[in-house]
Design a protein around this ligand. Structure first.
Ligand code: PLP
Length: 386
């Protein structure tokens, strides 16, 4: 089976990880800050906080921005559930904004309309989590302008988008957001096995997230509110978590960072080649905004079902039968049983529903060979044209 995504591990990665295993510190050692510095420098952010997953990063990002009971967080229905679960962890409520039919990202026009209504009803969101689906950046400058008008904060869930650019600036530079979050799960662009990172240019937010990822405990004199009893003293000044990443994982991430740009440009080559191989089939291929440079985490095609004799599910199953590990990103979050129980109107997000009825993720990862890609294209052609 050709998977839809997979990691690339080379000898440098193995050497970096084993060096940590032979060292004094498996966690809370020197490699975590080195990894943070490397990512912060690369993307152009002031502060980077590595944690054990993007899910944890989203949670502490929401807390640092003050999200709590009675607050609202909005995001897109077409994302992984972590993009909205972060609100529920904080006791806030979630709502969704439908997607743009071309990019499949949160639609800025729908967002503007929903904000106008929410202002009248006195229920504006405190945070909007934008997701750069498939690695293609959202319309950040428009959403940023709306944030100034309506006073909400922006978190970029850039789990798909490290190495991508919006108007020449790397995703993670937080030019148009308060905090950006990356994921280093093995299917993502670079990996630490499990891992994530929160980036910001705001010192106060960085300090809060630093505390929250490690029990709310500090040893820094300037943060202490009580006098130290002695050199052993530490102080819990907030209720935090153990969301720390290990030095073993950070070593893998640091080693992978050296290949980030090469990975993303390889993903572009693969995407261009898919474009050539599939252009005559009854499909909608990924549309790319000229303003942005996608990280191409995913390559999502949409079936033109009225030109095909099979159903969406039949095409999906036929491809799996032919050992093509296709996937579907994502089931609209509001239709998940846990969310449906909250009473979301199932007809409020027609573009998301249409997307879900047609989308299939093809194999896309930096080490996908041309032969494998040809196999995908042939399987898809035979499936659709018979
Ligand atoms: C993978 C992913 C996450 C969660 O990442 P973890 O590191 O596994 O917690 C969140 N949001 C999106 C959009 C993702 O793709």
């Amino acid at each position: 089976m050709i998977p839809y995504g997979r990691q690339d591990i080379n000898q440098d990665d193995i050497d970096a990880v084993t060096a940590v295993l032979r060292s004094d510190f498996l966690t809370q050692g020197p490699v975590v800050p080195k990894f943070e510095d490397a990512v912060a420098k690369h993307v152009g952010a002031e502060y980077a906080l590595a944690v054990n997953s993007a899910t944890s990063a989203l949670h502490i990002a929401c807390l640092a921005l003050g999200l709590g009971h009675g607050d609202h967080l909005w995001t897109t229905p077409i994302s992984f559930v972590a993009s909205s679960n972060c609100a529920l962890y904080c006791g806030a409520t979630v709502d969704f904004v439908d997607i743009d039919p071309r990019t499949y990202n949160i639609c800025p026009v729908q967002l503007a309309a929903k904000l106008e209504l929410a202002e009248k009803n006195g229920c504006l969101p405190k945070i909007v989590v934008v997701v750069h689906l498939c690695g293609q950046p959202c319309d950040l400058s428009t959403i940023y302008k709306l944030s100034l008008k309506y006073g909400f904060k922006i978190i970029e869930d850039a789990s798909h988008a490290i190495g991508g650019k919006y108007k020449e600036a790397f995703i993670g530079s937080c030019q148009f957001s308060d905090i950006t979050v990356f994921s280093f799960h093995p299917v993502k662009i670079i990996t630490t096995a499990e891992g994530g990172m929160a980036l910001t240019n705001n010192e106060d937010l960085a300090g809060k997230m630093d505390l929250l990822r490690s029990h709310g405990i500090t040893r820094k004199q300037q943060e202490m509110t009580h006098l130290a009893d002695g050199p052993w003293y530490y102080q819990q000044i907030d209720l935090g978590f153990n969301y720390r990443i290990t030095d073993i994982q950070a070593a893998l991430g640091l080693s992978q960072m050296a290949r980030l740009d090469a990975y993303v440009s390889k993903r572009h080559q693969i995407a261009n080649r898919y474009g050539d191989l599939l252009s005559d089939l009854p499909l909608t291929l990924p549309w790319q905004h000229e303003d942005s440079y996608s990280a191409y985490h995913l390559y999502v095609i949409r079936l033109k079902l009225d030109e095909i004799n099979l159903t969406h599910r039949q095409v999906f199953e036929e491809l799996r039968m032919r050992n093509i590990g296709v996937n579907l990103h994502y089931i609209p979050i509001h239709t998940q049983p846990y969310y449906a129980r909250m009473g979301f109107d199932q007809r409020s997000y027609p573009e998301a529903e249409r997307y879900y009825a047609e989308a299939i993720s093809l194999p896309m990862f930096a080490t996908l060979t041309e032969t494998q890609q040809d196999d995908v294209a042939v399987a898809l052609r035979e499936t659709l044209l018979t």
